[in-house]
Ligand binder design. Structure first.
Ligand SMILES: Cc1cc2nc3c(=O)[nH]c(=O)nc-3n(C[C@H](O)[C@H](O)[C@H](O)COP(=O)(O)OP(=O)(O)OC[C@H]3O[C@@H](n4cnc5c(N)ncnc54)[C@H](O)[C@@H]3O)c2cc1C
Length: 200
């Protein structure tokens, strides 16, 4: 077996190091970014494909496999001082973009993926609740079907990217009798009525 990085993987790694060195390295030392999310850097990450690494090019991603994705993210981590920004990138990609890419309907993919991969939209994942962290079978958020719609009712915590996210993957119980098997994921846009952000 051949365990070395391929030429393509190595090239992507080096390109990402160079990108991060030029665009992300000094993020923390810029006073404006100490209290605001660096949207221009986010856009640049989107432009070079970092926000859709493992999504097919058909939906605006780079079409990389999981190992190459991890290698590229490692390059970002090596250079970028702001771990919070990298956490935002990873939460966006792994916990919002990928669930839509892997499990979403074609309609959802068409509606969201290219904007998420390009950096136009910021994604987040809302699973955890005060009484349901490791044990998600205790999720209190309920999703009840009314006609063609689901009404979601509940409160989430620890949602990375929440203050700036446009799109949330929200996990809710659809069938309490089935515990963790009775949970479904919903794509919820920030601007729909009823979504309220609370800073505790
Ligand atoms: C930086 C950060 C970012 C996060 N981002 C998100 C996010 O974007 N979206 C989101 O939904 N959540 C997010 N979370 C929440 C995270 O997923 C939860 O904190 C995690 O699921 C653990 O839940 P908890 O904090 O309620 O701890 P608990 O589930 O209460 O666990 C407390 C302790 O008990 C241990 N424990 C739990 N169950 C068992 C068991 N059966 N046997 C033995 N030990 C056990 C755990 O290992 C842990 O040490 C984030 C958390 C952090 C810290």
């Amino acid at each position: 077996m051949y365990f070395n990085w391929s030429q393509k993987q190595q090239q992507l790694y080096e390109q990402t190091l160079e990108f991060a060195e030029y665009n992300l390295k000094k993020l923390l030392s810029e006073p404006v970014y100490q209290s605001f999310f660096p949207y221009s850097q986010w856009q640049k990450c989107g432009e070079i494909g970092l926000l859709g690494l493992c999504v097919s090019p058909q939906y605006g991603g780079m079409g990389l496999d999981a190992l190459t994705t991890a290698r590229v993210e490692e390059a970002l981590g090596k250079i970028c001082e702001d771990g919070g920004f990298l956490f935002s990138v990873a939460a966006h990609l792994c916990a919002c973009v990928m669930p839509i890419y892997e499990y979403g309907s074609e309609e959802l993919k068409q509606a969201f993926l290219s904007s998420l991969c390009s950096g136009k939209l910021v994604g987040a994942n809302a699973m955890t609740e005060t009484e349901a962290g490791s044990d998600i079978s205790h999720l209190q958020t309920l999703a009840v079907r009314e006609g063609d719609e689901y009404i979601l009712n509940g409160t989430k915590s620890y949602v990375s990217n929440a203050p700036i996210a446009d799109v949330f993957i929200v996990y809710a119980t659809t069938n309490p009798a089935h515990g963790h098997m009775g949970i479904s994921a919903f794509v919820v846009e920030r601007n729909i009525p009823g979504v309220v952000m609370v800073n505790l």
